[in-house]
Each structure stands twice: as C-alpha cells, then as structure tokens.
Design a protein around this ligand. Structure first.
Ligand SMILES: [Fe+2]
Length: 258
C-alpha cells in the first residue's frame, strides 16, 4: 500500500488531548472544550463548531472594535482586490483587544494537538505546544505582522473562495468567531467550505455558526480517508451573500504574515 497511512491511523490511537486554557481571561468556555470530540467532528465533517465561547457582550465589544481605526494595521476593501464584497481589517497588535490575544493563545494548544496528529498523515511538520514558540519561529522567517482580523459584511457582501496563507510558515488550522446571531441580526452569509478531492468531484460544506460560536477549519488542506488510505484534500473557504443586516466575524489565524 505504498506506505500510505491507513484509515485506522486517522480514527484510532491518538495522543491525549490537552487540558483547557489557563482561565481568568473571561473565556471560561475554552477551558471546558472537548478537544477529542472537536477532532472527531473535524475529521468527519471537514470543519468543527465549538459551543459558544463568547457572550453577546464580548461579541458586541469585538464587533464595535471595527469602528476604532487606531486598532488596525490595514483595512481591505474586498471589491478592489476581487475578493468579493465587504471590508476586513487586520489588528495592528494581536494583543489588542485583550480578548483577541486570549483567544489566540488559549485555543492554540488544542489546535496544535490536532495539527500534530494530522502531521504524519499529511507528511508534514509538527508544531510547538504554545503560541509564543510558533510566533518566534514566524519572526525568525520574517513573518512579523499579526493576522487576527475583523470582517464586516452588509447586504450584498460575500467572500470568494480562498486560503489564508501569509508566508512560508503556515499553521494548518484556523478559527472564525461569529459575532452576530443569524436570522436575528442578519440573513444569508453562510460560511462555505469547498474540498477538492483528488480524482473526484468537489464537496461543499455549509455551516451557520450562532453568536459566539467558533468554526475550526483547515487553512490549506486536511487528510481525508478514501479507498486505499488517507489522502490530502485541498480546502478553500468563503462566505455566501449576506441578504440583510450586518454580519461581523473575528478571524483568528495563528501564523503571522510576512
Ligand atoms: Fe479567510
């Protein structure tokens, strides 16, 4: 079987999942996350939805940060680049607001645990257990600019399918937090993921996270079981058109940008 990993390796033995975050940061939900269940969902479905990790107050605080230009290093009007329609802004400092730093730092160990189980299946490197070490590696490669971002979509806005790669060093998973309540605050605006499978037709996954929920998804690809073993499957993500209201999202990417 040409040394390809078997189905058993994807679903069977695994390293113990990490414990929760350090707490005390206003993110009690992170400490209680069931990483084993999230890993199973990610492998079965291609994406994994966390329980709500942010309160409505925290979501409003984050969405409101969009209107404070001093917090951002750049603002991208998507239509100008053919990325769709809508605007997103990269935070100037990943530590401001504090909630963004806390989410990135506390979610990283669990996501690194997932990434490190994928690594042998994809024939790729493993990642350090804490975010600071990843960011030090990024810095050594000239990837110094923070990547967490806020996106704001209104009626008619959407995002074309893409991948968030910002340099040589790519941490393989990312998470996006929904800061509004679908059907109440906005309609449309589904989160869309498309998997390109080798020698097969593409598969779309559509999710509608509720307020405060995070969607964990692959940055570039994931291992998918098939006849004869596990194969690498490219994944792109985008957003369906918002029909009404306003849709704010916090994107947390773990590698920094060149
Ligand atoms: Fe993206």
């Amino acid at each position: 079987m040409s040394g390809e990993p078997t189905l058993f390796e994807l679903e069977g033995e695994r390293h113990p999942a990490p414990g929760g975050g350090c707490g005390g940061t206003g993110l009690p939900g992170v400490a209680g996350l069931d990483w084993n269940a999230l890993y199973d969902e990610l492998n079965a479905r291609g994406v994994a939805l966390t329980p709500p990790l942010l309160s409505r107050e925290q979501c409003e605080e984050l969405a409101g940060a969009f209107d404070r230009p001093g917090l951002f290093r750049s603002s991208v009007v998507m239509r100008r680049h053919g990325f769709g329609r809508g605007t997103y802004r990269y935070f100037a400092h990943a530590g401001t607001p504090d909630l963004v730093r806390a989410l990135r730092e506390e979610l990283y160990p669990g996501l690194a645990w997932m990434a490190n189980q994928w690594a042998p299946l994809l024939g790729e490197r493993t990642f350090p257990p804490v975010l600071d070490e990843l960011l030090a590696e990024c810095a050594a490669q000239g990837q110094l600019r923070p990547t967490p971002l806020l996106l704001r979509y209104g009626p008619g806005d959407y995002a074309t399918l893409h991948q968030d790669v910002y340099g040589e060093l790519v941490f393989p998973l990312q998470i996006a937090f929904m800061l509004n309540e679908p059907d109440t605050d906005f309609t449309g605006g589904e989160s869309v993921f498309v998997e390109r499978r080798p020698r097969a037709q593409s598969r779309a996954v559509v999710v509608r996270p509720r307020l405060g929920q995070g969607v964990i998804f692959p940055v570039r690809h994931r291992p998918v079981r098939g006849d004869g073993g596990v194969r690498r499957c490219a994944v792109q993500h985008g957003t369906g058109e918002v029909l009404s209201g306003r849709r704010n999202v916090l994107g947390v990417i773990f590698h920094n940008a060149r």
